[in-house]
Design a protein around this ligand. Structure first.
Ligand code: SF4
Length: 248
């Protein structure tokens, strides 16, 4: 841990650009609070991938409000969730998260490469910060918290991946947001445990049920798509109405 603190300080001293991947969720928000205590504002960039109607309202507004003073890029994929599903003739799966790679990671990385090129003061040095936490799943618990991204590094560009709040508990995440005088996205108070796509392929049953109550029109669209494709959104192979008990 001490060596990681030193490595991060070294990257700050070297003048690296720290990119905050912000979904509008609590983890991104707490991560932003923590990173801002370590990294000077002029070495920070916030990026957000806008997902259209599958997202919750208010993400961009919350990000703008809580990252005031920092440059923000909102990017969008050339395709959207529904087009992607129609092409695949099935929903993405946790083992093949095309939704994440095509709708979030790809557009964000493209914008970051552009920003780095337009801002030579960072000498091609980048630290990509993500709010993944060990507590969320056993696979996330095993992730390295600081590593070189071989995929994104090349001659003249050194790209690191950093998970600044990997060991933070959910309770501490909310406490960090509150201590910063901020409020988390409204969906948590509305009963959602996670704020991802309203109907995420990896959501728990209770989040799917609550999302169906909060977004009935969008829910109906997912249910209709399940019927059309003959595939369920959930990997449990139970249809949305079976999971939620709500007929569309
Ligand atoms: S939140 Fe869930 S459904 Fe949305 S892009 Fe991420 S993994 Fe896919």
């Amino acid at each position: 841990m001490e060596s990681q603190v030193k490595a991060i300080q070294h990257l700050i001293d070297e003048g690296a650009l720290f990119v905050i991947n912000h979904s509008g969720g609590k983890d991104s928000q707490a991560m932003t609070v923590i990173v801002r205590t370590l990294v000077p504002d002029d070495q920070l960039l916030v990026v957000h991938a806008e997902l259209g109607d599958v997202e919750w309202d208010g993400c961009e507004e919350l990000i703008r409000k809580t990252t005031a003073g920092l440059p923000l890029i909102v990017c969008k994929s050339v395709t959207d969730f529904w087009t992607m599903v129609d092409r695949r003739r099935m929903f993405p799966s946790p083992s093949n998260r095309q939704c994440t790679s095509d709708l979030k990671r790809g557009p964000i990385e493209r914008e970051v490469r552009r920003y780095l090129k337009a801002n030579p003061q960072f000498n091609g040095l980048i630290v990509n910060c993500m709010g993944l936490r060990a507590e969320e799943s056993s696979s996330r618990a095993k992730l390295e918290t600081l590593k070189v991204s071989a995929r994104n590094s090349k001659a003249g560009r050194n790209w690191y991946e950093w998970l600044p709040i990997h060991d933070m508990s959910e309770t501490t995440v909310f406490a960090t947001i509150a201590q910063a005088g901020q409020e988390a996205h409204w969906v948590y108070a509305a009963g959602m445990r996670r704020k991802s796509c309203a109907f995420c392929i990896m959501a728990c049953d209770s989040d799917l049920k609550r999302a169906a109550e909060l977004r009935p029109k969008l829910y109906a669209r997912y249910v209709a798509k399940e019927r059309e494709l003959g595939f369920t959104l959930s990997m449990s192979r139970r249809s949305l109405p079976e999971i939620t008990g709500i007929a569309a």
